[in-house]
Design a protein around this ligand. Structure first.
Ligand SMILES: Nc1nc2c(c(=O)[nH]1)N[C@H]1C(S)=C(S)[C@@H](COP(=O)(O)O)O[C@H]1N2
Ligand SMILES: [Mo]
Length: 393
């Protein structure tokens, strides 16, 4: 059979880097050691977290692959890779973060359901592809449209993987039509990651990348695009990836009361140190990543070595040779910012990091206040313990 195929078991999974920390084998969910995230601004493909809900699809023949674009539009079409390659190609540096990043730490306060993640369900890549706004023009939807004449208001992305949450159906999600047709929103149909052809784990041959939004909306292995009146009714939009208050638990949850989560909030984590470290007294390097959703830049990253009483400001950077300035046109607005500070440690203590974004949003102090039953969006101050040990001669 031509085109994309979705296996129902795991015998044809792609090879993966042995140093990934595997949080679930089938479906394959893995993150790199946190130190890998701060060794480069652009995360290498093999060190980029992998978040799947089923077996990885296969493509036999790229020539027979196409994406069907249909729904509430005047001229539905099948778009081939050739059609996409003919459109202007954009390279957008964007951070993808799973809403479940740092879930394990939230579970320590009170148990949550979901795949356990450390601080590395996040990565920064250069995505190459066509802008969705250009692709939608091919089917008669102009730029900056919030509604089609036929009543379309949302753009649904449908994959072909078999997910148990969808009773064996494909993964899907949607974004508003106004975002999809806004060239400035930089929503891509990406066929490259870091200058290479997208690999199977990350959505070969084609995936959506929705910058500034939780990873769950960046649908991999794209099969069709549907212009619809209401937001996607799929499991991952309606019964997952919604933020609930701490008072809601599995016995009183009403999914309909909340909107699907889109933008992610301001986040940061220290990656140069583990949760618990033994260090020599003296200078210790504290580095990590900071990111915010919606294209908001990072104004500040504050570091404390006394559990949050006193703070110093870390330096921030993206590309070598360019000072990072939040909201500057030379900065990558959809990308994370790496930070670094050197602190003097004389006794055992807790090191804390918190970031502030361009809208002055700041991370919450404690995880308790943002606890939610699915364990999403743990953006509480990131804390690591350092124990001062004296080297034995
Ligand atoms: N088809 C499909 N797309 C998907 C998923 C999936 O399971 N199937 N997972 C989503 C989630 S929850 C995240 S966080 C990102 C992860 O992308 P990555 O594996 O390339 O890091 O893909 C999203 N797109
Ligand atoms: Mo995710």
């Amino acid at each position: 059979m031509p085109g994309l195929r979705a296996p129902s078991e795991y015998s044809r999974e792609p090879p993966r880097h042995p140093s990934l920390i595997v949080n679930s084998k089938e479906p394959f969910n893995a993150e790199p050691p946190r130190s890998a995230l701060v060794s480069s601004y652009v995360t290498p493909v093999d060190m980029f977290y992998k978040r799947n809900h089923g077996p990885i699809p296969l493509l036999d023949d790229l020539d027979s692959y196409y994406v069907t674009i249909h729904g509430l539009i005047e001229c539905p079409k099948k778009i081939s890779m050739r059609d996409l390659w003919a459109l202007p190609k954009y390279n957008v540096t964007a951070t993808l973060q799973c809403a479940g990043n740092r879930r394990t730490a939230m579970s320590k306060v009170r148990k949550v359901r979901g795949v356990g993640w450390g601080v590395s369900a996040i990565g920064n890549a250069v995505w190459g592809g066509a802008k969705l706004a250009d692709v939608l023009e091919l089917v008669g939807v102009p730029k900056l449209t919030s509604g089609t004449t036929l009543g379309g208001k949302h753009v649904e992305f449908v994959s072909i993987d078999k997910c148990k949450e969808e009773n064996g159906g494909p993964y899907k999600a949607s974004i508003p039509l106004s975002q999809a047709t806004n060239p400035e929103a930089d929503v891509l149909l990406a066929y490259e990651m870091n200058g290479e052809t997208l690999n199977r784990d990350h959505g070969y041959p084609l995936r959506v990348v929705v910058p500034g939004v939780i990873g769950a909306r960046s649908v991999k292995w794209l099969d069709s695009i549907n212009v619809i009146a209401e937001e996607c009714q799929g499991f991952f939009m309606q019964r997952d990836y919604k933020m609930f208050p701490p008072s809601v638990d599995w016995d009183n949850i009403d999914w309909a009361t909340r909107k699907p989560q889109m933008d992610f909030p301001v986040q940061c984590a220290i990656c140069s140190l583990d949760d618990v470290n033994t260090v020599q007294p003296g200078k210790v390097k504290v580095s990590g990543y900071a990111a915010s959703g919606g294209g908001r830049g990072i104004e500040r990253v504050d570091i404390s070595i006394d559990g949050g009483k006193n703070w110093v400001e870390a330096s921030r950077y993206q590309k070598d040779g360019f000072p990072y300035v939040s909201s500057d046109i030379c900065s990558d607005k959809w990308a994370w910012v790496l930070f670094e500070a050197t602190v003097d440690i004389s006794h055992s203590t807790e090191i804390v990091a918190k970031a502030v974004d361009a809208a002055a949003n700041v991370q919450p102090e404690n995880v308790e206040t943002i606890w939610n039953l699915r364990g999403i969006l743990n953006t509480s101050w990131h804390r690591v313990q350092v124990r001062v040990g004296h080297s034995k001669m």
